[in-house]
Design a protein around this ligand. Structure first.
Ligand code: MV4
Length: 445
């Protein structure tokens, strides 16, 4: 087992990883930028190393500084959390070269899944359902027109280097194809330095349902059921829940089997997520694979009583998984609390938190690094807390979330708490009747 893990992240996820390490008797090293000198991850780790100024590019993304921090502290593994270097193939390889275990995917796996057209081809070969469309990258506009006709409008043009919706265009009629092709390629080139495109049939009003998987070093994988992440705004998830209100036992079984097949086909090692689009007829299609621990992992932990960070560490150390799949025994909902103003287009609202009273009680979990007096720096992601509630039924979980949101007091900054409180009363949300289009029709009261 590892003796010392360096946590290459900040905020709640750095704390989350440090907590599990402590429980496992593993020493921890925090790294921090000068903006985070007063952060709890620095306080709670056994050692802390300053790795640079506030800008992420000069600190949490600065590979050489992080490797140096691991070497001077004698860390034998690095946990990257989510974001930052968690899906950076170069960093994963760099760790390997320095004989530091990267608790995440290999560089080869990250590259393979980061190229979306290639990821799709791999999944198709594994026998995972994929949206009909082009066979890989489209060579030119002539071929684009041809594939669109064969696929049948409406179609979705997608950037192979894409993610977060960048370089993606829905096209409803042939006369709009040229503009979409040109602008999507331009956008992709600017964002990723690559304008490879592929095409799919447009899935209208899909749900985003993902399957958590864990694979071990011996080629075995299992699934831990689904999370419904359909409530998103501009490709940012706002709230997630498990089980999905749209799920059936048959669909879970089929999606779980497909996800395990996908993971075993690529000999995936570690925790990962297979994202699916699910249409109104409950057909499901591979969308993307995430080769990291995700923000929303706690809801899975709560309903199956399982520590996913611990499992990541065990698997990275070469411990085999049991091989059994896990099914939700409870209902769990997460609300992402962001330092944003929901009454003003979710505009970022960093600043000093003057009062902080966290909700508590039975079935309430708070993953946060914030405390009264904490200064939220403007340099990073605006998520400041995850409020997770778990109860026997969805109805009870919603009631518990309302109660928890009502007792959550944050003063000094604006947060998305009022949004979540209104969401919990929204008739369509309460009915479980929501898709990825939900937020397009949502307005704050
Ligand atoms: C789609 C789709 C509809 N049809 N593909 C959005 C980001 C990228 N990961 C894939 N995305 C989508 N792909 C087809 N063929 C709709 C989306 C999509 C979406 C997916 C999941 C969650 C939120 C979304 C919001 C808008 C569009």
């Amino acid at each position: 087992m590892f003796k010392k893990i360096l946590v290459a992240n900040r905020g709640e996820i750095a704390l989350r990883v440090i907590r599990t390490c402590k429980e496992m008797g593993i020493k921890t090293v925090a790294v921090y930028s000068t903006a985070d000198a007063e952060s709890l991850h620095v306080r709670f780790a056994d050692e802390a190393v300053c790795i640079g100024p506030p800008a992420s590019s000069e600190s949490y993304l600065k590979m050489s500084n992080i490797i140096a921090a691991a070497e001077i502290t004698n860390a034998d593994a690095i946990h990257p959390g989510y974001g930052f270097l968690s899906e950076n193939a170069k960093f994963s390889n760099l760790c390997e070269e320095h004989k530091i275990k990267f608790i995440g995917a290999t560089g080869r796996m990250i590259d393979q899944m980061g190229d979306k057209a290639n990821a799709k081809a791999t999944m198709k070969a594994a026998g995972v359902p994929c949206v009909p469309g082009s066979e890989g990258i489209i060579a030119d506009f002539e071929q684009c027109k041809k594939v669109a006709l064969e696929t049948g409008y409406p179609v979705m043009l997608k950037a192979s280097a894409g993610g977060g919706g960048k370089g993606m265009r829905a096209v409803w009629k042939p006369e709009d194809l040229k503009n979409a092709w040109d602008s999507a390629r331009q956008e992709s080139k600017a964002a990723f330095g690559n304008d490879d495109m592929y095409m799919e049939k447009l899935i209208e009003e899909p749900r985003h349902i993902e399957i958590q998987i864990v694979g071990d070093a011996y080629g075995k994988a299992c699934h831990l059921s689904e999370r419904d992440c359909s409530v998103q705004r501009r490709h940012q998830k706002l709230t997630e829940e498990t089980p999905s209100p749209f799920m059936t036992d048959e669909l879970r079984d089929a999606m779980g089997k497909a996800a395990v097949k996908a993971a075993e086909y690529i000999s995936y090692e570690g925790a990962g997520t297979i994202e699916f689009l699910v249409d109104k007829h409950r057909n499901f299609y591979f969308m993307e694979m995430n080769t990291r621990i995700q923000v929303e992992h706690p809801i899975t932990e709560e309903v199956i009583n399982y520590d996913l960070i611990r499992e990541q560490i065990l698997v990275a150390a070469g411990v085999p998984i049991s091989g059994k799949n896990y099914y939700p025994q409870m209902h769990s909902i997460e609300c992402r609390i962001n330092a944003e103003d929901p009454y003003n287009g979710f505009r970022p609202a960093p600043g000093r938190v003057t009062t902080f009273h966290a909700p508590g009680g039975h079935g309430v979990r708070m993953d946060t690094h914030v405390y009264a007096g904490y200064m939220i720096p403007p340099n990073y992601d605006s998520m400041i807390a995850k409020l997770i509630v778990t109860a026997q039924t969805r109805e009870e979980a919603i009631n518990k979330m309302k109660r928890a949101l009502d007792e959550f007091v944050i003063e000094g900054i604006k947060t998305t708490i009022p949004f979540h409180r209104q969401l919990m009363d929204h008739p369509d949300y309460v009915a479980g009747n929501y898709t990825t289009k939900f937020m397009e029709g949502f307005e704050m009261k």
